[in-house]
Design a protein around this ligand. Sequence first.
Ligand SMILES: Cc1cc2nc3c(=O)[nH]c(=O)nc-3n(C[C@H](O)[C@H](O)[C@H](O)COP(=O)(O)OP(=O)(O)OC[C@H]3O[C@@H](n4cnc5c(N)ncnc54)[C@H](O)[C@@H]3O)c2cc1C
Length: 493
Amino acid sequence: MAPERFFLELDPPHGAMADWPHVVIVGGGFAGLKACHVLAGQPVRVTLIDKRNFNLFQPLLYQVASGLVSEADVASPLRQMVGQAPNIQILLGEVIDIDTEAREVVFNDHRYAYDHLVLASGSGSTYFGHEEWRPLAPPMKILEHADEIRRRLLMALEEAEQTRDPERRRFLQSVVVVGAGPAGCELAGSLIELMHRAVERDFKQLDRAQCRVILLDAVDRVLPAMAANLSADAAAYLERAGVELRLNTMVAAIEPGRVLLRRPPDATGEADTGDDGLGDLEAATICWTAGVRASRLGRLLAERTGAPVDRGGRLQVEADFSLPGHPEIRAVGDLCHYAHTGDGRVLPGMAGPAVQMGGWVARDILAGLEGRRSAPFRWFDLGSMAVIGPWYAVADLRGLHVSGLAGWILWALAHLAFIPDTENRIALFSKWMWQIATRQRTALLITGRPDQHLGVDVGLERAVPPDGLSQLPGAPPSGPLNRLISTPRITAM
Ligand SMILES: Cc1cc2nc3c(=O)[nH]c(=O)nc-3n(C[C@H](O)[C@H](O)[C@H](O)COP(=O)(O)OP(=O)(O)OC[C@H]3O[C@@H](n4cnc5c(N)ncnc54)[C@H](O)[C@@H]3O)c2cc1C
């Protein structure tokens, strides 16, 4: 089948622009979008290529997963955000190759020439060589992941409401979150709050005391990248909220509905292979926030140009974000490993650095076209934050440590300032206020393929359904409650 065409015309829209240098930006996330904003209205032709037609605000994905806000509140169409600038065109497609000799990117069966290439294709999740865990424990990187986590949890609660078997009910009311970084802590805190409220108000058969959210990590504290006192505050809050912390604990394997545990290797690097008494965890909903790897364009560029990559697949760039020997190619955001800092520490894979890198590179391209040299890139560290529950966040603002309500206010203001779309800003603010006032969540919808609604797809073999259920109109031949639906439908990213 011929590939689908998403566009008809690749020439510059105005003849006057024909001689302007062509900047191709791959990826309309934090870094790519900022570069577009800087280049809008400047004497360059810009083409932004993204495999999605929207910019996603990943820091709030956990709110989509826990039904606090809906998809459109955290994503905005790229065409509306930057596509209206006369010198910017948006093309939907996945860049699959780059011919660095011919200076062309390859996507949708096209080869497309560039004068300057800005790679801002971000990062995805990794299961450290265990891709077979992915369908059993979805990551949280794209909108579909958040939808899937919400769908699995809500389906589990719906089934728990109908089951008489106390063991199975307990299983269905259990969640395991792997990874106690900011995303894992935020997700765990939000899911326990969701479950407690839902069980108290909406599910008549379920017992709040049976709701379990277990947060596990190989390290010895939550939020390991933050100051120790903030980690302790966050851990104390999570435990008060009902989250069980399993630290110093690694995933040995994930099976349908079960996480097998082991101790991390000791200081000598020896893995503990004996019976360490950690046991297994059984849960209908398992989520994975533990590993990040750079977009595959990192390794591709390393092959094409010989540029070095780090263990996470990030391109090790020069001080101006170019690849060694290729001043026309820059890598920014989560895709790059940038160590040209005063203290040699690599910049973290976060939204703040990505925005600053995208803006600096765009300004540097303009400066180069005017024959000027830019001032060297200097990262301004805005600090880091994690929201653990309603009215509760921890924030480390350049050494100023704040937790609790003050932290939450700072977190809310920072996120409202950062979210690039005004309509989303208003929608988010009103939904947060509504949730705080009423403890109601507005986006608790079960979406996805209708056939997946017929059973909790944790991959468990189920008992033969009660007589008669398989006769329901539209039911699959094996009956609605024993279908094994484990088809991974989540895009790997
Ligand atoms: C759940 C979660 C929570 C987070 N919370 C925070 C937080 O609280 N604070 C913080 O600072 N950071 C947070 N981060 C990290 C932050 O979101 C990233 O550091 C940031 O998104 C990186 O920006 P980027 O522009 O490099 O990439 P992204 O924002 O990921 O954008 C990459 C873009 O490239 C596109 N793309 C990828 N490959 C291709 C291709 N081959 N062809 C075309 N297009 C492609 C993608 O569709 C995407 O639009 C969080 C991340 C996650 C996943």
